[in-house]
Write a protein that binds this ligand. Structure first.
Ligand code: IVH
Length: 695
């Protein structure tokens, strides 16, 4: 580093050194953090855990706070939180930031067109040797020019019109992938050009967090990156997760520039910049076309958006010879891919009812070619998403289709909205009724989905309902599996749940892959299942939010099905562990006449159970205690332990929480035991459990 003073932004660099020793200490800490940052953000290969990073960071921060004269502009502590700007200052680029000509022929011919232009310009004949090209990605972010003087980042500027951009140094400092100080021996002047972008996972994570906090979300990663960089307040920019790829040079001074583009990129990598690994060097247009094809194939797996690839003549000497016309160099071209986002008209909003009863809105679109196929439908997810994007019928929208993912409506172009349009309210649009079965549709508090309440009755949910009804812990109808349910429902042999009890041998034996023997077995299983218990029957109904444990609580509390059916939400909440959400699910289920009818038909078909008296305050000795069983007990099976605990009024739950009273651990108990120990819960072995039961 030079000995002179350099004024960088708000900070004094290489000022008079205050206390020897302390200054070395600070430098050593900085060097360490720089190395950790580089390993983490550029090499993607951290050598220390985050806690170690934080420890060193805090140590440096404390040292600098006690000795402010030690703070340097390139200190890792200075990345976050400078003062906001009142406006962005214009910066004249010493070397203009060019744009690239776009080759819109997305077939391999695009590469041949470019090569032909280059060869012509160089006056080459067909028999002359092929040209060496570098091929890389065309990133979809924001172009930046980073200026380093004597190894220190002194200025970052946007491209602007190519001649004059804006000074965004305050925000760029917050991007951890961009070195504040170059690695190795630094040139006097080095301007690095590249693209700032937001990765897809970072974009999704950021938006999810914003949504949780009820804050505005970003439309797409590109806008996210561009908007962050042009922020006036660096503290806001620092909260946006941004990344960077270097792809070229601006002004350089005091540096022996390598002879090829590929070597320039290698050198930039060595200076500490992220350079994308998806690049190659090859001879002639065939190499370019095959790169284009290879990248197209993996485009959807890349964690960031690209809109094509870029070809550059590899030798800088040849680049100089080729020169440029107006704003574009003759030695580079961008070869596009099909767009993944397009604009179209949203003609109508329909709804679909899923297997679990969720009613989702679907946009019917004016057909549009996007992501390589013609798209006519796109998901709108749910009411919250519709509200957030303010999507209305008649809007011009942006549709995105990437890979095999279902196309989605990303945003609305508000300027094109026809007058008189109205906000779309799903429940109102369907008149509060399921479009498939006419049962009531509701939106439960704390849920984003609108749901059909006709669980047992609704054709869309029939298969799911039937499989659940037949499952082992419900009515335990062995042999009634997915394939069979598909055949029965699709062949319209059963429409409501009760119909399964009216199937006969001839019908069943006539089904695919159904020998007479298995048909008879199924009939026997059906017959046997009619002898149920109340809690199994309640569980089998598949009421939303009613699992096995709740079904047992309900059966024990009410004793009779009629009592349960008659209970309102308030009465239901008297049952231990039933809160308002569960109570509402239950009340809504029984309020739906369609569901009551199915229950009547099941009873008519012969399904029965023993009814109890109902024991609102059952008083077993383990009343109010919750147990979790884990591992293998020496003499009792897990089922047996569960039955005995429940017989004594206790509950058995599948997961450990603060509310767990006891964890009963056998041999080879795993993570549940660890968690119990962490939470400081009481842990019993089998003998301990038997002791409790005997007390
Ligand atoms: S080189 C050769 N390389 O494309 C001219 N640009 O139209 C200088 N871009 O806004 C640009 N990926 O931000 C170059 N690998 C890449 C690129 C790339 C994306 C952007 C650049 C600029 C635009 C030029």
């Amino acid at each position: 580093m030079a000995d002179t003073q350099i004024q960088v932004g708000l900070f004094q660099v290489n000022g008079p050194v205050a206390q020897p020793g302390l200054s070395e200490q600070a430098n050593a800490l900085r060097a360490k953090l720089r190395r950790y940052d580089h390993e983490y953000y550029v090499l993607d290969d951290p050598s220390v855990p985050d806690s170690e990073y934080d420890r060193v960071f805090r140590e440096l921060k404390a040292l600098e706070e006690a000795n402010p004269e030690l703070i340097t502009a390139d200190s890792p502590t200075q990345r976050v939180g400078g003062a906001p700007m009142s406006e962005l200052t214009p910066v004249r680029h010493r070397i203009p930031m060019l744009s690239i000509e776009t080759e819109t022929d997305i077939t391999p011919q695009g590469a041949h067109n470019f090569d032909a232009r280059v060869r012509k310009k160089l006056g080459l004949l067909p028999e002359d040797a092929p040209i060496e090209y570098a091929a890389e990605l065309k990133f979809d972010g924001l172009a930046l020019s980073l200026r380093y003087e004597h190894g220190l980042l002194v200025q970052a500027a946007t491209r602007g019109d190519g001649e004059v951009g804006e000074d965004v140094t305050h925000n760029i400092r917050t991007i951890r992938q961009i070195p504040l100080q170059l690695h190795g021996t630094a040139p006097d002047v080095l301007e690095v050009r590249g693209e700032v972008y937001m990765s897809r996972p970072d974009f999704e994570r950021y938006n999810a967090r914003q949504r949780e906090q009820g804050k505005p979300t970003l439309v797409n990663p590109r806008n996210g990156a561009a908007g962050s960089i042009r922020q006036l307040d660096p503290r806001l920019a620092a909260q946006r997760p941004l990344s960077f790829f270097a792809y070229g040079l601006g002004e350089t001074n005091g540096w022996n520039v390598p002879p090829t583009h590929a070597q320039v990129l290698d050198a930039l990598h060595a200076f500490g910049f992220p350079v994308c690994v998806e690049r190659t060097v090859g001879l002639g247009p065939e190499a370019l076309a095959s790169f284009h094809q290879a990248i197209a194939a993996k485009r959807d797996q890349l964690p960031y958006d690209i809109d094509g690839v870029v070809y550059k003549v590899n030798r800088l000497g040849l680049q100089r010879e080729l020169g440029f016309r107006s704003r574009e160099p003759n030695w580079a071209v961008a070869h596009k891919f099909p767009a993944q986002e397009e604009m179209t008209l949203l003609e109508h909003i329909d709804v679909q009812v899923g297997r679990t009863g969720a009613i989702t809105p679907v946009a019917r679109l004016k057909p549009v070619f996007v992501g390589g196929v013609t798209v006519t439908n796109a998901t709108l997810h749910n009411q919250d998403e519709i509200d957030r994007k303010d999507v209305r019928i008649g809007d011009t929208v942006i549709v995105r289709r990437a890979g095999d993912v279902i196309p989605e409506v990303v945003s609305v172009i508000k300027e094109r909205r026809p007058p008189g349009s109205q906000a779309y309210v799903l429940l109102e649009a369907i008149g509060h009724l399921c479009p498939i079965c006419g049962s009531h549709a509701v939106r439960l508090p704390e849920e984003v989905a609108v749901r059909c309440t006709g669980g047992l009755f609704c054709a869309a949910q029939r298969k799911q309902a039937m499989l659940h009804f037949a499952s082992r812990r419900a009515m335990d109808i062995e042999g009634l599996g997915e394939k069979l349910v598909d055949q029965l429902v699709d062949g319209q042999l059963v429409t409501t749940l009760a119909d399964i009890y009216h199937l006969d041998l001839a019908t069943l034996a006539g089904l695919e892959r159904m020998a007479e023997k298995s048909a008879q077995n199924l009939l026997d299983a059906l017959q046997k299942s009619k002898q149920a218990t109340l809690h199994r029957f309640i569980y089998a109904l598949g009421i939303r939010n009613v699992g096995e444990a709740t079904a047992k609580d309900l059966a024990r509390y009410f004793g009779k099905l009629e009592a349960l059916q008659a209970a309102d939400a308030e009465a239901l909440q008297q049952v231990p562990d039933v809160g308002p959400v569960v109570a509402r699910s239950i009340a809504e289920f029984f309020a739906e006449e369609h569901n009551r009818e199915v229950i009547r038909k099941l009873i008519d078909a012969g399904v029965q159970w023993e009814e109890g008296e109902g024991q609102p305050a059952s008083s077993g000795k383990l009343e109010g205690k919750t147990f979790v069983l884990t591992g293998t007990l020496p003499t009792m099976s897990r089922e047996e332990a569960k039955e005995r605990i429940e017989a004594a009024g206790g509950k058995v739950s599948g997961s450990v929480s603060k509310k767990t009273s006891y964890v009963v651990a056998g041999s080879e108990a795993g993570s549940k035991l660890n968690k119990a120990q962490e939470l400081g819960l009481s842990i019993l072995d089998e003998a301990g459990l038997l002791g409790l039961l005997a007390e």
